[in-house]
Ligand binder design. Structure first.
Ligand SMILES: Cc1cc2nc3c(=O)[nH]c(=O)nc-3n(C[C@H](O)[C@H](O)[C@H](O)COP(=O)(O)OP(=O)(O)OC[C@H]3O[C@@H](n4cnc5c(N)ncnc54)[C@H](O)[C@@H]3O)c2cc1C
Length: 554
């Protein structure tokens, strides 16, 4: 953490140097002395420090500066660092101004120049002010900060992106003092939000995911043109393939469109993964896997979506959403599934504004003391209800079926029954939603009686199953009628061939191999997969051994 700053501003270069020298001699070990020669330059320096999340402990300003007086400077500086202690440096003739300033800028002290010796006249004052500041300092931060509106879908997306990529950040409402100060420091009026302030103090106005990822130190561009193995999707399946690929010496790249972890990364507690008898949060599990992959030299690209796959000159070529390409000798498709959306009047416009698909774990603390509605009766909905019950006053599960028994694991049903604040409303569906800037009302229908009820609601989390997003693979690899990728023995055989239509090798397709030789499918995206973390990881590992066979026998 950088040392807290003592800032001094004086337009006379000789005096300015002397003040800084005296301060540095006494406080240089624990404080950074920043010197400016005008009020404007000092304000600029303060804005920079604020954007970088640094602390300013004491500001000393000369009163008699030509364009901006010391009092004027301190008045404006207070907006940026309200807790920094303020000292005015004056000549005898200015004592009147200094005394007035005690009220105007809540001045802590004024010092008459010159002050020789500093041991008697300067240090005791600064010591006292530093002591007072230490009791109530600004909080330093090197974290990324997001300034936005409470109910803004884009602010939510950015928070989710950073949280799921394990990038520490703070969120400030634009109308809160800290948000206001950050905007002021960045010279912005807040007309365009969200604003992301990086750890290094750069302010990005309404940035793209890729810009934020890059600033947060996540790789977004491939280093090489050609890899042994390219893995598409960074959920458990993709991470499994990447870890084994990297550890077995394959030059491996993993491409992930949002954040490594996939669905598993959003699970608050995975209870059935081998080796974790007390359960493990999905974020923890997948963060370890990501670090393991990096340790084995895997290149991980985040916020990059693969939109095309083709076979060209003996290699497989992946195209990204910006049109750029990479090539690989083998590809593992691990793109999993995405939440199905709830098609109900009024709901589409409120996505991200109180209506969320999936666990949206970043939002859980915001629900403190409020009522949360969870739609769905499967394990993912149950886990979310348990997680939200730690924060919300009341969690209402809306389940279409007559009970949870058919769709949820018994251990979760028992956990839910034991939590008083969770209410399970069976035979109930959402048929309408309304709200101006965010969700305000839900219309619920009793499926037995047809009765409808309008309830006040601010939070709705939807878990109604998922589907693969594989349109970009149309005509490239064989898929079933729901879009799942077919592989190995599930591929429909073509007459006079050992594989599906267009199959060229003189062998049967390997177990996880798709209709395009050298391209494998693992995890939830694979037709017939069992939709579990363990099986996705296992298939990822297994795919790598098949990649070796493919590479050896091409
Ligand atoms: C809330 C919740 C709780 C769960 N709890 C459990 C549990 O307790 N136990 C259990 O065994 N299972 C659980 N599951 C299921 C489990 O998480 C999944 O089976 C598992 O994550 C599947 O892994 P995957 O790698 O196949 O796909 P996913 O986890 O879906 O990951 C796919 C990844 O690919 C990325 N991607 C998609 N398309 C592209 C593209 N074109 N380009 C680049 N990247 C792309 C996605 O962004 C995503 O990150 C849970 C799921 C959810 C949602």
């Amino acid at each position: 953490m950088p040392r807290p700053v003592i800032l001094t501003v004086d337009d006379d270069p000789g005096v300015s140097r002397a003040v800084a020298r005296d301060l540095r001699r006494e406080y240089g070990e624990y404080h950074r002395i920043v010197r400016a020669d005008s009020g404007e330059a000092a304000l600029e320096a303060l804005r920079d420090l604020a954007l970088r999340g640094e602390q300013v402990a004491v500001m000393l300003a000369d009163q008699r500066m030509p364009r901006m007086t010391g009092v004027e400077f301190l008045e404006r500086a207070m907006d940026i660092f309200p807790r920094a202690r303020r000292v005015l440096l004056t000549a005898y003739a200015d004592t009147e101004a200094a005394i007035t300033a005690i009220n105007v800028v809540d001045l802590d002290h004024y010092l008459l120049k010159p002050w020789d010796p500093p041991e008697e006249k300067l240090y005791p004052v600064v010591d006292q002010l530093l002591e007072a500041w230490r009791r109530a300092p600004d909080r330093p931060t090197t974290e990324t900060r997001i300034v936005g509106h409470r109910w803004s879908a884009r602010s939510y997306e950015l928070r989710d992106l950073l949280a799921r990529n394990q990038v520490p950040f703070r969120f400030h409402l634009a109308e809160d003092p800290e948000g206001h100060r950050l905007l002021e420091a960045a010279g912005l009026d807040g007309a365009r939000l969200p604003v992301v302030v990086t750890g290094e103090g750069r302010a990005l106005v309404d940035p793209t995911d890729a810009e934020v990822a890059q600033e947060a130190g996540l790789a977004t561009h491939a280093v090489e043109q050609l890899y042994d193995l390219a893995v598409v999707g960074g959920g458990p399946g993709g991470l499994g393939a990447a870890v084994y690929g990297g550890s077995e010496g394959l030059r491996t790249v993993l491409v992930e469109s949002v954040a490594t972890g996939g669905q598993a990364g959003t699970s608050s507690r995975i209870e059935n993964y081998l080796g974790f008898p007390d359960g493990v949060s999905g974020a923890q599990l997948t963060d370890r896997a990501r670090r393991q992959a990096v340790k084995f030299g895997v290149e991980i690209l985040t916020t990059r979506t693969v939109t095309g796959l083709a076979s060209r000159g003996g290699v497989r070529v992946l195209t990204f959403d910006d049109g750029s390409e990479i090539a690989a000798h083998a590809v593992v498709l691990a793109t999993g599934v995405s939440y199905r959306t709830l098609e109900v009047p009024g709901l589409t416009e409120l996505a991200g504004l109180g209506v969320y698909y999936g666990a949206a774990t970043t939002e859980a603390p915001s629900c403190t003391g409020e009522t949360v509605y969870v739609v769905g009766g499967a394990n993912s909905a149950g886990q979310a209800a348990m997680n939200f019950s730690r924060y919300a006053e009341r969690v209402v599960m809306l389940v279409r079926g007559p009970s949870l028994q058919a769709s949820m694991s018994q251990y979760l049903i028992e956990q839910i029954e034991a939590v008083e604040s969770i209410e399970v409303r069976t035979c109930t569906e959402v048929v309408g939603a309304a709200g101006d800037e965010h969700l305000e009302k839900l219309t619920l229908r009793d499926r037995n009686t047809g009765d409808e009820q309008v309830v006040d609601a601010q939070w709705l989390f939807v878990f109604i199953g998922a589907e693969p997003r594989t349109d970009w693979l149309d005509g490239v690899v064989a898929r079933d009628d729901r879009g799942f990728v077919l592989s190995g023995p599930d591929l429909p055989p073509a007459p006079d061939s050992r594989g599906p239509s267009g199959w060229e090798p003189d062998r049967d397709p390997f177990h996880l191999e798709t209709s395009l030789p050298g391209v494998f499918a693992v995890g939830d995206v694979r037709g017939g997969s069992v939709k579990r973390v363990a099986s996705a990881v296992g298939e990822g590992a297994m795919a790598v051994s098949l990649v070796h066979r493919w590479l050896e026998n091409r």
